[in-house]
Design a protein around this ligand. Structure first.
Ligand SMILES: *[C@@H]1O[C@H](CO)[C@@H](O)[C@H](O)[C@H]1NC(C)=O
Ligand SMILES: *[C@@H]1O[C@H](CO)[C@@H](O)[C@H](O)[C@H]1NC(C)=O
Ligand SMILES: *[C@@H]1O[C@H](CO)[C@@H](O)[C@H](O)[C@H]1NC(C)=O
Ligand SMILES: *[C@@H]1O[C@H](CO)[C@@H](O)[C@H](O)[C@H]1NC(C)=O
Length: 382
């Protein structure tokens, strides 16, 4: 599954710290977030205290079966924190997009404007730049078929252009793979795509084993991906490990960017502390089972403006860890490795490729399939 919008040019520049496990021990994480007077920390503290498995082992299960229970806790925490004098005093000093985020962070029930017509997205059924991305994906690695369903996740463009909307409706009618909601498609609203996708997924995709979610400017080696996922199913104890299964380009011990000209700028009056270990949102795979657990957990977590960090925050609270796999090349091939004949058979995903490149790569991968099939996936420190 992939979202229909490119974003993210860098992952906080912290790729060198892969595998550093600090900050992801649940006990440490709970402890870290007990303090701090930043807005988001304060908001979340009420909920975390309520559900902290160490402090209140009896509460962990509570509320999953009763959505209104979590909603009322969220709303209560929000009105307490937003009415504090210190919050009021600081609000105007926050960057515009954080203010915008806070003003809308309570709302999650955006209606869908366009929805896929098939069960769980489009299968075999068969200008704007993102349209070209989607077209390339449909014709290549996202081609539906026996094992694959496809859905593009969209918000609304900020300019209400009738022509663009009409085209999108036609596109949705023709391909049946558009899931669009009634919120502004901005960087800080990306988290809504995760939580609303999980809701839709839970309703529509009861039998789906794995979810791939990524940007629309990546190339995925789908045959290799399917074979990799099949191997996961064959492992001993697969049923157990799939509960927590998430794999991608894992970033550990990242810290919020405090430089106010960055797209990722996070003022410390809004959030204090480390980010949890998380898989970069450019392309990540997780089990269908985990998607449903993430959906439940997200009801107890205030929205956070950076979507992949938010998913990491849900993971920590599920006591689950994403697994790093070097075949997710969110920073492209090192040096000249790309030029080797079978290079694209050693990867599961590479960022970032234009629609034209995606089409050429797909042809190349198909053409070299037989001779390169046995080439193993990239390993760490190759
Ligand atoms: C948790 O539940 C158990 C069994 O219902 C009970 O014995 C125990 O006292 C409870 N603990 C707390 C902290 O409420
Ligand atoms: C769900 O939670 C609400 C609010 O806390 C409560 O009023 C209601 O009785 C609960 N419903 C069930 C079925 O537990
Ligand atoms: C998110 O979408 C809502 C609804 O369209 C919009 O009002 C809000 O400004 C958006 N938030 C951000 C941070 O862009
Ligand atoms: C960024 O911070 C500098 C100094 O800390 C300040 O002068 C500038 O106005 C800030 N820029 C924005 C866009 O907030």
């Amino acid at each position: 599954r992939w979202k229909g919008r490119r974003r993210r040019v860098a992952h906080f520049g912290l790729d060198a710290v892969h595998f550093v496990a600090s900050g992801n021990n649940p006990k440490t994480f709970w402890a870290l977030h007990q303090h701090g007077d930043a807005f988001w920390n304060r908001l979340q503290r009420t909920l975390d205290n309520h559900f902290n498995p160490i402090l209140r082992p009896n509460n962990t299960k509570r509320g999953f079966e009763n959505g209104t229970f979590n909603e009322s806790l969220l709303a209560q925490g929000f009105s307490e924190v937003i009415n504090l004098d210190s919050t009021r005093r600081n609000f105007d000093q926050l960057p515009q997009q954080i203010q915008e985020f806070i003003s809308h962070m309570q709302r999650r029930d955006y209606p869908a404007l366009l929805q896929p017509d098939g069960v769980c997205g489009a299968g075999t059924k068969e200008t704007k730049e993102n349209f070209l991305n989607r077209l390339a994906i449909r014709r290549t690695w996202g081609e539906g078929g026996g094992y694959v369903r496809r859905v593009f996740l969209l918000g609304k463009e900020s300019t209400e252009d009738r022509g663009v909307n009409a085209l999108l409706q036609m596109e949705s009618k023709q391909y049946g793979d558009i899931l669009q909601w009634d919120f502004k498609d901005t960087f800080f609203n990306l988290t809504l795509k995760d939580v609303l996708f999980w809701s839709w997924f839970k309703r529509s995709c009861s039998r789906t084993r794995f979810v791939f979610k990524g940007d629309d400017d990546v190339f995925v080696n789908t045959p290799k991906m399917i074979s990799y996922l099949r191997d996961q199913l064959k492992k001993p104890q697969a049923h157990k490990t799939l509960r927590d299964f998430m794999v991608g380009d894992v970033i550990a011990a990242a810290v919020p960017i405090r430089f106010n000209e960055s797209k990722y700028f996070m003022p410390d009056s809004f959030y204090k502390g480390f980010y949890p270990m998380y898989a970069g949102g450019g392309g990540v795979v997780y089990s269908g089972l985990l998607a449903k657990r993430l959906h439940d957990m997200s009801k107890r977590l205030n929205l956070f403006p950076i979507d992949d960090v938010y998913v990491g925050m849900c993971m920590v609270r599920l006591n689950a860890q994403p697994v790093h796999h070097p075949a997710f090349l969110t920073f492209d091939f090192p040096n000249k490795e790309e030029e080797e004949l079978c290079s694209y058979h050693t990867i599961l995903l590479v960022h970032k490729r234009s629609p034209d490149e995606v089409v050429k790569l797909w042809v190349h991968v198909k053409k070299t399939q037989a001779q390169c099939w046995d080439v193993p996936l990239r390993e760490a420190n190759k």
